[in-house]
Design a binder for this molecule. Structure first.
Ligand SMILES: [Zn+2]
Length: 247
């Protein structure tokens, strides 16, 4: 959009969606930008659904650098300090609020606990210091997690079937498919490892930076998951704003 298009919009209907990913190792078969690709696909599908519900949803340029300490030991991972990340999201939200925008949806695809805490901290600061309402459906928690795949719910869900399928659907050109097909499943649960106090993929039992079953991934599963993720964004927003906008 141009600035005049944004300036002219009814601010009660205008809904920016910020895709939040990471630049982080995702096994030997998926790109470092995997979470950015997932967040963008989630945001674009959510925008389509919100537009059909009478809002004017727009996908913002994605946040590609966040806190990614678990993958810090793998080449190419770039991890921000959590306070840097929080400040970045707060500044983006303040920028929106300064133009009268009333709401922001965070489409987050990166599951590092330090990173998720950084988003919560930013949302809290924005809601207490601006008029912006922040909608952040945290897919690692109920009720949203219950809508996702068994692999996702098992916690063995980094660069496995769940994430690999989405990249196969959204950016098949970036998947190293010959390598993917040969990878043995790794059912070590990252969420259990996190609860047990582990701090890195290596400690959590993922020596090649993947968890789950990469070989089981498919573009069909990816399309289904993108649809579910978009619906989660839509529903989280509608639940926060029950009033139907005027068309
Ligand atoms: Zn990921």
């Amino acid at each position: 959009m141009t600035w005049e298009e944004i300036a002219g919009h009814d601010k009660t209907r205008f809904v920016p969606i910020l895709p939040i990913g990471a630049t982080e190792a995702h096994g030997p078969h998926l790109p470092l930008s995997t979470d950015v690709i997932i967040a963008q696909a989630m945001a674009e599908h959510g925008a389509t659904l919100l537009n059909a519900s009478g809002y004017v949803a727009q996908v913002l340029p994605p946040l590609a650098y966040t806190s990614a300490g678990f993958a810090g030991g793998f080449a190419g991972t770039i991890s921000l300090q959590p306070e840097t990340e929080t400040a970045l999201i707060v500044d983006i939200g303040r920028g929106l609020a300064s133009h009268g925008i009333q709401q922001l949806i965070c489409a987050n695809a990166h599951l590092d606990p330090t990173h998720i805490a950084a988003i919560y901290a930013a949302a809290k600061t924005l809601e207490s210091s601006t008029a912006l309402r922040v909608v952040f459906p945290d897919i690692t928690r109920k009720p949203w997690a219950l809508r996702l795949s068994d692999e996702f719910k098992s916690g063995a869900c980094h660069a496995g079937s769940y994430e690999g399928s989405i990249v196969m659907a959204a950016r098949p050109d970036l998947v190293r498919d010959a390598i993917r097909a040969t990878l043995p499943a790794n059912f070590s649960s990252l969420s259990q490892a996190i609860r047990a106090g582990k701090r890195t993929f290596e400690e959590a039992g993922g020596p090649r930076a993947y968890f789950g079953d990469p070989a089981a991934a498919s573009a069909d599963e990816g399309r289904e998951t993108i649809a579910t993720l978009g619906q989660i964004l839509h529903d989280a927003f509608i639940e926060m704003r029950p009033a139907t906008p005027q068309r």
